[in-house]
Write a protein that binds this ligand. Structure first.
Ligand SMILES: [Zn+2]
Ligand SMILES: [Zn+2]
Length: 329
């Protein structure tokens, strides 16, 4: 009801569907860090209280607008972070829908997200879920999977390129799996040793502990691409030294503030890039890839009734590696 408060049940009804909308009965929804930011009001006006979060939504179609022919009642579908765009501007037409001026997320700026029993949005941002994916696995793919796939898909890399994924959490644990299935040679980077075994099981060839100065200096100059999925502070000069000439450092996580020495970037012709969520096309490709190669988020399922407990687990970094809330009936 207000910033930072525990969530409480609330009754409301959706307005009647317009001609292009789909109404989905939510079966499960992943819990993402962006939900916490919206609950806490970290992004200013993007939160509107009562704020209903949830943007990794899987459920079944219960009603369709008069002109929606792509879906059938009862079909299993999903929705990620983006719920609408104009579909006609240069960005939409160019396959960059997240850049549209009319971009609407599925749970900010007053949109009622997937923590509700039912979710409504335009059919253009509703996706069929491949049969091979379990609903609880599909949910985290719709935001976390989409984001890391979009980063990896646009990186100019040859098969076998040396890729590092920095941070093993909701995003990182999927980035390791996608990168490895995409034929890249993946090294997982994290502090301490507690995630080493998990990272290797996810498909990393190597694990590199960022607290180990000897290991970090041995790895200097060896990576073509580093995907940063952590938002925690890092020793950036040491991370940057890991890049090869022409290498790229791409931010999917958003550290509050970083200071970078640019001279070496220039001398080595290296790049710093960022990634938002992906396009609609990349969503379809990503779900297909996950289904074909058996990419599965590591999820902890919890009943929707325990959502406040789930949120506190996520705040305490106890979610290994994604919590999915399930509706029971
Ligand atoms: Zn998200
Ligand atoms: Zn547009």
């Amino acid at each position: 009801m207000q910033a930072g408060e525990p969530l409480v049940p609330m009754q409301f009804s959706h307005p009647p569907l317009n001609y292009s909308e789909v109404k989905i009965k939510v079966a499960c929804v992943g819990l993402c860090h962006s939900d916490l930011h919206l609950i806490d009001g970290d992004w200013g006006d993007e939160s509107r209280y009562p704020q209903v979060c949830g943007h990794e939504i899987v459920g079944t179609v219960v009603s369709l607008g008069s002109q929606v022919t792509r879906f059938e009642i009862g079909q299993r579908v999903g929705v990620g972070w983006q719920a609408a765009s104009c579909l006609t501007c240069e960005w939409c037409l160019g396959g960059h829908e997240p850049l549209c001026q009319e971009m609407q997320s599925s749970c900010s700026n007053g949109q009622i997200g997937g923590f509700a029993d039912y979710f409504v949005c335009d059919h253009s941002f509703v996706y069929d879920i491949p049969a091979a994916l379990e609903s609880s696995h599909a949910a985290p793919l719709l935001c976390a999977g989409h984001t890391v796939y979009s980063a990896l898909a646009k990186a100019p890399m040859r098969a076998g390129a040396n890729v590092a994924v920095l941070g093993i959490g909701g995003l990182g644990h999927l980035a390791i799996q996608f990168a490895s299935k995409m034929g890249l040679c993946v090294t997982a980077l994290s502090s301490g040793q507690s995630k080493r075994t998990d990272a290797l099981a996810m498909g990393a060839r190597e694990y590199l502990c960022t607290d180990d100065p000897d290991a970090m200096s041995r790895a200097a100059g060896t990576f073509d691409y580093i995907l940063v999925t952590a938002s925690a502070e890092q020793n950036w000069p040491v991370i940057l030294a890991l890049l090869r000439p022409l290498g790229e450092l791409c931010f999917a996580g958003i550290p509050e503030k970083i200071t970078l020495e640019l001279a070496n970037f220039v001398y080595q012709s290296q790049k710093i890039t960022t990634v938002n969520i992906g396009s609609r096309k990349q969503m379809v490709e990503m779900l297909d890839l996950a289904a074909k190669f058996g990419i599965k988020p590591w999820v902890k399922k919890m009943p929707m009734a325990e959502i406040n407990l789930a949120i506190s687990k996520m705040r305490n970094n106890e979610a290994k590696y994604r919590i999915v809330l399930e509706n029971t009936d």
